[in-house]
Structures are given as structure tokens and as C-alpha cells.
Design a protein around this ligand. Structure first.
Ligand SMILES: [Mg+2]
Length: 263
């Protein structure tokens, strides 16, 4: 991981799309700080395409795409993208997102997790999800160790589901999609993004293992400093890293990117 302060002018000027995880990347202690929300506006005002890429639910994404300075949002770890088109909220579902979370297998899997990992619980935002089940291990108390998150993941994978660990939840779903595959589909559909030729036009900010598909694909990816907490359980680290944690690390990276572009 290179310090973000080593980002060169040619690298910075090639960026057209800025994508970011939400929890513990643009938030600190669960809050979207003025510094990071301001940074989203500065990216927007600089004419860059801004797209959060999150494990958060469809219900949150409806709000985000309507009220934040963004060009779209990918939610539920890549099940869909929401965007505004002439004032109308539209959606693009990943073709592999075919099994909704009201399917019977989800209740069996939920029961197995809650029985298998004491003190794990269904996340409070579950009611606004369409495709996944989110198990809370660290958003609310008691905060469980990462080893428990790993056990939750293993139980879900035993049902044939995919599972990813974020800084707060283990998200689990059926279907071959993730943050990366939906982000690339959305950019291609809406902005004529080309997967190979344009790869260095994307800068992605993230913090945890559910961001690994993005870190491994995009050379211009940047971790906020708290990504170091997960180094031992991650195989793909971002190309760059900020000094600051969470919201302040994101604002630091954005301001560096924008200042180098202007130089
Ligand atoms: Mg995160």
C-alpha cells in the first residue's frame, strides 16, 4: 500500500469515477462526518462521477441516491444499482440477483447462525433489504470478535450462500454477484465505462474485507487507515492508504486527489 500522498499528477488527472464504501470508510463511529460529506460535494462539484458501493440495504440506497451528491449507488453488496434519471429513481438489478431474501432457505440459514454463534443477531436494517441477510456482529453492542464473524460466514457458506464480512455485519446472499461486478456493470451501462481500457479512471475508497473484490481489481484503490485492522484476514489490499481513519481518511484522500488534479 502506497501512501496516498505519493499519488502522481498523471494518475490523478486520469480519474473520472470516484467510488466509495460507506461504513467506516466515509463514516467514523457510525456517523457521516461533515468532513466526509463535504468531500462528496467537492468531488461532485469537480465534475467527477460519484458512486457509493455499499452493503447497506435497498431502503437506505433509495434515500442516498435522492439526497446525496451522487450519480448512483450500488447496494446490498452488488445486488443492484439505483440512480436518478430525469427526477425518477431507476434501478438496475444484477442478473444473478434472482433469489430474494424471503425465500425459505434464508430462514433456515438465519436460524443456524443465531443458534451457532451466541450473541449474533439480525441487523436492525434487515427490514429494508431485498436480497441479503445481514447479521450484526459489531454495529451494536455486544461487539463480537472477528473470529465470530468468520464462523457466521462459514455457516452461511455451508448453505451454498456467498458471505462477506464488513466492519459491522456479515452479509450473505445467493447468486454470483459482488460489489465489483455490479459497479462495473453500472458504470458501463450509464457512463460507457470499458472494463479493461478505463481501469485507471476509477478510484475506490474502502476499509474492510467486503471491499476486497474492488481492491483486487482497481489499481487506483485507497484504504482508509483502519483497513490495517483486517490485514491478517485479507488477501487483496488497496494500492494506496490514507493516514487518517474513516471519514477523515476519506476526506484526506479526496482533498489530495483534487489538489493534485489542479496542480
Ligand atoms: Mg466498510
Amino acid at each position: 500500500m502506497r501512501p496516498i500522498s505519493t499519488l502522481g499528477p498523471d494518475e490523478a488527472k486520469a480519474i473520472r469515477f470516484v467510488l466509495m464504501d460507506i461504513d467506516d470508510t466515509i463514516t467514523t463511529g457510525g456517523k457521516l462526518l461533515a468532513e466526509s460529506y463535504g468531500a462528496l460535494w467537492r468531488l461532485h462539484d469537480a465534475g467527477l462521477v460519484v458512486v457509493p458501493i455499499t452493503g447497506r440495504p435497498a431502503g437506505w440506497c433509495d434515500l442516498i441516491v435522492r439526497e446525496w451528491p451522487v450519480d448512483g449507488v450500488v447496494g446490498e453488496n452488488g445486488a443492484f444499482a439505483y440512480y436518478l434519471d430525469d427526477g425518477h429513481r431507476r434501478e438496475s438489478f444484477h442478473p444473478a440477483a434472482t433469489i430474494r431474501n424471503d425465500a425459505a432457505v434464508f430462514s433456515e440459514m438465519r436460524q443456524a447462525v443465531l443458534e451457532g454463534v451466541p450473541e449474533s443477531r439480525v441487523s436492525k436494517d434487515q427490514f429494508s433489504r431485498l436480497f441479503d441477510l445481514a447479521i450484526d456482529f459489531a454495529e451494536e453492542a455486544p461487539v463480537l470478535p472477528l473470529s465470530d464473524a468468520g464462523r457466521i460466514k462459514t455457516i452461511c457458506e455451508g448453505f451454498g450462500a456467498r458471505a462477506k464480512i464488513s466492519s459491522i455485519h456479515v452479509n450473505t446472499w445467493f447468486g454470483d454477484f459482488d460489489k465489483l461486478s455490479m459497479a462495473e456493470r453500472f458504470l458501463a451501462e450509464r457512463f460507457s465505462y470499458r472494463s479493461v481500457e478505463d481501469i485507471r479512471s476509477v478510484m475506490f475508497f474502502g476499509d474492510s474485507p467486503n471491499d476486497e473484490p474492488m481492491f483486487s481489481h482497481f489499481p487506483m484503490s485507497c484504504g482508509v487507515a483502519n483497513v490495517r485492522r483486517y490485514e491478517a484476514i485479507m488477501t487483496s489490499l488497496p494500492g494506496f492508504v490514507a493516514n487518517g481513519e474513516g471519514a477523515l481518511g476519506f476526506a484526506e484522500g479526496v482533498d489530495y486527489l483534487l489538489s493534485v488534479r489542479k496542480a
